[in-house]
Design a protein around this ligand. Sequence first.
Ligand SMILES: Cc1cc2nc3c(=O)[nH]c(=O)nc-3n(C[C@H](O)[C@H](O)[C@H](O)COP(=O)(O)OP(=O)(O)OC[C@H]3O[C@@H](n4cnc5c(N)ncnc54)[C@H](O)[C@@H]3O)c2cc1C
Length: 572
Amino acid sequence: MSTTLPESYPDPEYEAAHVATYERVPRHPIKPAFPPGVREADFAQAIQEFIAIVGQDAVFVGEGLSDYIDPYDINEADESKRKVPSAAVCPQSADHLKAVLGVANKYAVPLWTFSRGKNLGYGGPAPRVNGSVALDLHRMNKIIEVNDHFHYAVVEPGVTFIDLYNYCVEHKKKVWPSTASLGWGSVMGNTLDRGMGFGANFAHHQAMAGLEVMLADGDVVRTGQFGISNSPSAFLSKFSFGPSVEGLFLQSNLGVVTKLSLWLTPQPQAFMSCAFSMPAFDDLEVMVDVFGELRRNGTINNVVWFTSLIETLCISGRREDYWKGEGPVPDWRLEELRVETGFGHWYARWGLYGPRRVVQAQFDEVKAVLAGRAPTGEITGTLYDDDAGVDAAAVPPEHGSMFVGVPQLWSLPLINWPIPKDRVGKAAHGDYAPVIPSSGKMVLEWMKASKPVCEANGVELMADFFMHERHVVLMNMFTWDQTDPKQKDNMNKLYYGLHEVAKARGYGMYRAHVNHMDLIANLNDFNGHAYNRFVEKIKDALDPNGILAPGKQGIWPNRFRHLRETQEADPK
Ligand SMILES: Cc1cc2nc3c(=O)[nH]c(=O)nc-3n(C[C@H](O)[C@H](O)[C@H](O)COP(=O)(O)OP(=O)(O)OC[C@H]3O[C@@H](n4cnc5c(N)ncnc54)[C@H](O)[C@@H]3O)c2cc1C
C-alpha cells in the first residue's frame, strides 16, 4: 500500500492549484480514523484484499490520505470532529469496482464514493462517517462517446470538465459541453450532486438520460432506454417504460454510477454575451420578477446568474483592496464601490445561444421588456457569430469562459477574499444554499434577512443565485482563514444562523456539507419524515451491510442508523 499521493492533474496549472488547495498552513497531520463496527483484523485483511485487486499503488493510507480530507474542514484542528477516512482505494475498471465492493461486503467496511473529490464547500472527498474507506473513482476516466449529431456525451466517473472539453476540441466535435466555474471537477460527480454550469444545459442532472449503476452487491443496472441492450435511443430520451429511477442515484448512497450520459449544446451559429445591472439594493425585486417571467415564457431559455456587488468584486480582489477598515465592508463604502466600479448593486449575466436571427430577436425582446419595467438598469449584449459555428475558445474570457463551456479555474480566487496579502493564511469557503421561489419579494426578503446574520458574524453579504424558471438556487457564500479560530467559529455560527432564517420560511437546501447533512435532511419533516423513511427502506434492501456512503444526505443504513445526528450541535 502507498503512503505517497495519488496522481492528480496532467495540466500543470490545475495540478499547482490542487497542491495549493491541499497545502495546510499550519499542517494538522492526518490521524486516520478506524471504520466503526469493523474488527481490526478484518480491516487489515480487507486492505490486503483491496491491494490484491487494484495494486499497491492504488491503495492509500497514512500520509497518502492527505488528499482525501476536506481542505476547508472547519474542524481541522479538532480530531474528534475532523472528517477523515481510514484508507483510500482507486479501482480502474468496473471489474475492479465489483471486486472492491465484494471485499467491503465481506468485512462490512463502509466506503465513501466520489469521482474526483473536488466537492469543495461540501466536504471535498471527506467521508460523512469517519473511518470510511475513500472509494476514489478518478482512474475510471474514459470518454466513451461524444456524439455531435444528437449532441450528447457518455463518460466514466473520473472524466473532468477540462478533459471533456479538450476531447471535443481535439476531435473537432461540434458541441459545447456545459462546465461548472471550476474545470477540475468530474462531470459525473458534479451532475450527481445536482451541480450547475452557466450556459445552455446548465442544470446538469436535468440533461442526463441513461445511467449505468453498480449496486452494493455488484449487480449492474442501466436506466431508461439504456436498459435495452440494442436501443438506438439509449442516450436520447427520458421516456421509458416503468418508473424512472435515475433520480435515485442523485445525491445518493444507493449505488455507484459507472457511466453517465449527458446532453450537450450544439455548437451555435451565434452566441450573445449579455449583462444587466441595477444600482439599488431594493432593485433586486423587480429584476427577479422580470427575469423570472422571461425565463418562464422562453425568451431566455437558460440560466441567468445574479451576483451581489461583493461577490462580483471578490473574483478580482481581496477585501483589503476595497476596504481598509475593520470588519465587513460598510454600506456607505459599498455605495462608493458601486459608483467606482460601475457594476451595480446587482449584476445579472446570461448567454443566448442559437441561430443568429433568433438570438438577436431574443435580445431585442429582453431589452424592450427591461426598458419598460426596469428603466434605471443598464443592459449590454455582445454578439459572436459564425456560419460554421462560433469558436468558444475565441470568445474573450470576460464574455465567454464558463458561459461558452470553456473550463477554467476562474472562480477559485474568490476564496482569498478575507486573507490580507502580507499574512500567511489558508483560504476556505462554504455556503448556505436555499431553494427560493422566483419571486422578487421573497428573494429580496431573503437578502434583507440574511445580511444582518452575515454582518453579526464579521462578513459581508456575499451572494449569488442561479435563476431557473420557477425558483432560484441561492448561495450565501462565506470565506474565511483556516488559520484563524475566531473566523472559523464565526462561520459555524453564521451557518446555523442562516439555517434558522431558512427553516422559518420553509426553504430547503440544494446541497450541504457532510457536517450538515443530517441537519438539512431533517427539514423533510412531512408525515414524520416519510421521505427519509422511504429512501432508507430502499437503502436497507439494496445495501444490507450498509457499505455505500452511510449517512450521505442523511440516509442511514440500519447498521449505522444510531450515528444519525438529528439535532446537530448549534454553536449558540
Ligand atoms: C470556488 C468554487 C466555485 C465552485 N463553482 C461551482 C459551480 O460553478 N457549479 C457547481 O455545481 N459547483 C461549484 N463548486 C462546488 C464543487 O467544486 C463542484 O460542484 C465540483 O464539480 C464537485 O466536485 P466533483 O465534480 O469532483 O465531484 P465529486 O467530489 O467527485 O462528487 C460529488 C459527489 O457526488 C457523488 N458521486 C460522485 N461520483 C459518484 C459516483 N460515481 N457514483 C455515485 N455517487 C457519486 C458523491 O456523493 C460525491 O460526494 C464550486 C466550488 C468552489 C470552491
